[in-house]
Design a binder for this molecule. Structure first.
Ligand code: DC
Length: 229
């Protein structure tokens, strides 16, 4: 059997949109030499599939079949992560506003979630991963070695989203209200709502820089590694 102290960690980073999860998870993974798995990208790819096939975001049975029949791949490249849908690079397309809303809507369905969670477990089970999403610490890896719940004041999260999406020329008010609606849906859905796991370390990044958040998480990683020796 492998010496458990040599096994690489499973790190879960959950939190609402705009809290900075993606940037932090990707930087942390690069520093540790781990794989960064962005679970939201899988829900986004499924939403895009529904848009392309003109399927309803509310039709659970069709969405599940689409998830089973399509190939959603998270690929790591030197330039960062790529998301492929049936072999096509959709990394940029899935960040657009219609897909963001669709992802939040397709992810309310328990059977869709069950399928996604099973795939995410397969991808992360060997360790050496920083997986980010909404339910990683509560459902996907309830035994993760480190769970971080990254939060920030809603106004700050809205501002960060505005800064990211300004290039798209979208109206500020629309972006803010879409973020609020997505937040509400993610937190109040019946199946695995966005929630900090009981044993998660909650980090409020409202007044923290990206480097400060990263340093704090690195300290937590170090503590976990030391505790295991
Ligand atoms: O992290 P993100 O913004 O790319 O996620 C898009 C949507 O997918 C989000 O609104 C809710 C859903 N999601 C989820 O339900 N569970 C996850 N683990 C990740 C994302």
């Amino acid at each position: 059997m492998t010496d458990p102290s040599l096994r690489k960690l499973i790190i879960a980073i959950d939190g609402p949109a705009g809290a900075g999860k993606s940037t932090i998870a990707s930087r942390l993974a690069r520093k540790l030499g781990y794989v960064n798995l962005e679970s939201g990208a899988m829900y986004r790819a499924l939403a895009l599939c529904a848009i392309e096939w003109d399927a309803s975001f509310d039709d659970e049975a069709t969405l599940l079949k689409m998830a089973q029949d399509s190939r959603i791949t998270l690929e790591r490249t030197i330039g960062g992560n790529r998301v492929l849908l049936d072999g096509k690079d959709v990394s940029a397309r899935i960040r657009e506003r219609d897909v963001s809303e669709g992802a939040s809507r397709v992810s309310v369905h328990p059977k869709v979630r069950e399928w996604m969670v099973a795939r995410q477990r397969e991808m992360g089970i060997g360790g050496g991963v920083v997986m980010e999403g909404r339910d990683i610490g509560t459902k996907v890896f309830p035994d993760a070695d480190l769970k971080v719940f990254l939060d920030a004041d809603p106004l700050v999260r809205e501002q960060r989203r505005l800064d990211q999406q300004r290039v798209e020329g979208a109206p500020a008010q629309a972006i803010a209200s879409e973020l609020r609606e997505r937040d509400r849906r993610d937190r109040t859905r019946a199946a695995s709502p966005l929630l900090a796991a009981e044993d998660a370390v909650v980090l409020d990044s409202t007044h923290m820089s990206e480097d400060e958040v990263l340093n704090r998480i690195e300290e937590l990683v170090e503590q976990r590694l030391v505790a295991r020796r």
